[in-house]
Design a protein around this ligand. Structure first.
Ligand code: URA
Length: 192
């Protein structure tokens, strides 16, 4: 199976998933979108209202900020693959519980292993916590301390993944003055 087929197979399972109660209120499973051959994978937290309605990650206000950030480094969505830790919208956008994250974990695992990204960008603290744990990287600290940092994990010399800690784009929705800071962190991607 190629990357696209692996993703499609995992998505078929996700769209009928009932492992946690989120399925009862969802309009759509928001599995992921973008380029399955991308070197860069972006991981957010969970779908919000707009994403749930359309089934597309980051298609609301935070998505607009994300598009501006990508543009600022000369990229757009066709250059990346984007998904979330959680594939269904939590009621009222509440933080997902540990067991809900655990239930959903296999889907992100399959996305990572299908795409084999060289760079994983964690958008916000929830994604960062999840990805660091997945790659057994022990790093304590808040996103306000870790943003802009790059962690490297190599299974062997041919197989290295870089993990980039970034603020969630929603930060600049609520506080537009922070856009420049987010943009500065994003420029790390250009260097990589
Ligand atoms: N926030 C996220 O973390 N993910 C989305 O898809 C939208 C908003």
């Amino acid at each position: 199976m190629d990357r696209k087929e692996k993703l499609e197979e995992a998505k078929r399972e996700a769209v009928s998933c009932t492992k946690c109660a989120f399925w009862k209120e969802r309009s759509n499973v928001v599995f992921g979108s973008g380029n399955p051959s991308a070197r860069i994978m972006l991981v957010g937290e969970a779908p919000g209202f707009n994403e749930d309605k359309r089934g597309v990650p980051f298609c609301g206000k935070a998505g607009e900020v994300l598009d501006r950030l990508l543009l600022s480094i000369g990229m757009d969505r066709k250059d990346i693959y984007i998904t979330n830790v959680i594939k269904c919208r939590p009621p009222n956008n509440r933080d997902p519980l540990e067991e809900e994250i655990e239930n959903c974990s296999g889907y992100l695992e399959r996305q990572i292993s299908a795409i084999q990204p060289g760079i994983i960008c964690c958008l916000g603290r929830h994604a960062l916590k999840d990805i660091l744990k997945r790659f057994s990287i022990q790093e304590e600290g808040s996103i306000s301390r870790l943003h802009g940092k790059v962690f490297e994990k190599s299974e062997d010399i041919f197989n290295m993944v870089r993990i980039v800690a970034l603020y969630h784009p929603a930060v600049a929705v609520y506080n537009p003055g922070q856009f420049n800071l987010l943009q500065k962190d994003f420029s790390v991607l250009k260097e990589l």
